[in-house]
Design a protein around this ligand. Sequence first.
Ligand code: MG
Length: 406
Amino acid sequence: MKIVDIRATTVAVPLEAPLRHSNGAHWGRFVRTIVEVETDNGLVGLGEMGGGGESAAAAFRGMLDYLAGHDPFQLEALHFKIANPTASLYNNRTQLLAALEFACLDLVGQHLGVPVYDLLGGKIRESVPFASYLFFRYQGEAVPEVRTPDQLVEQARALKKAHGFTVHKLKGGVFPPDYELECYRALAAAFPGDRLRYDPNAVLSMAEGLRFGKAIEGFDNDYLEDPVLGLEGLRLIRERVNVPLATNTVVVNFEQLAANVLRRGADVVLLDTTFWGGIRPCVKAAAVCETFQLGVAVHSSGELGIQLATMLHLGAVLPNLTYAADAHYHHLVDDIIQGGKLAYRDGRIAVPDGPGLGVRLDRQRLERYAELYRELGGYPYDRDPGRPGWYAQVPNERFADPEAGP
Ligand code: MG
């Protein structure tokens, strides 16, 4: 089996509403690039990467010069062929590598007639649990604004009812920390017995991080995720706050994982199949975490069904996945895979059992959302459509005004 073609299509898939975060917002859609890797036996493997446009399409097209004739089984060689670590100072291709690794695993699975999880050691769970992932949001076409504690609880209640979540993650860093603490307390009061996590995307000052961490010590917390920026910052919070610390920002490769083992700042590492360069590096990293008694969770960088499938296959095979995974997925209105969005049941998504990644492209949906991308284009992730001219600082001193109307 040899690679003969690589195609990339950028799509924009609508979200229910613009989702706010510490840097700005997801402006009402996710922009993703869908990758198709074709082999000489007529198979097509699927990959996905965040962002897109001409530069992404050109970058994937450019990879054909490196990978024409490459056997998708040669996954270690794939890494060195396009993302050799000593060359990556000049051409950082981790995310391209990840999308192509997904596609190669999909091809190998299809070729052998087995799901990707069987290539990774076999599944030890049939479905993967997810957290509700709550956002402050602007009003959408069919959903209301979320700004107040009551609106936040209402969002969580609706998501819990629809999908069965028992873990709630609050994406913060939007409003002043004391206000978000009030929101967190409201969630704790509204959902006794459920677990909570808070992630302000590292924009709190050390004093704010300590204050927030101390204030939530009595709740059923999974962890406090990236309250401040940097491993040293996390380490200082961890020394003084009795809540596990987690990160998806400063342990995203093996060098940083080693640093965190030697001087622990994070107790839990959120593994991201894109940021780590594929599913297999995440499996390797999880084994290191297991050895050193670090927890692992699955990070969401905003996914459509192909990326979600990589998260499900990863989640299926990790013995030490003791936390619910994150997904933005339930904030989307549609997907580009056949059958539309995968469904949650009791807060979990079943791991696909079909060959390869177990999801296939829906050509009509792909074309519909490629057209939407051509119409709308991308958006600046680090700007807030509701606050023109504003930009975030770290630590941030200019949080949004919770009293301000939409
Ligand atoms: Mg995070």
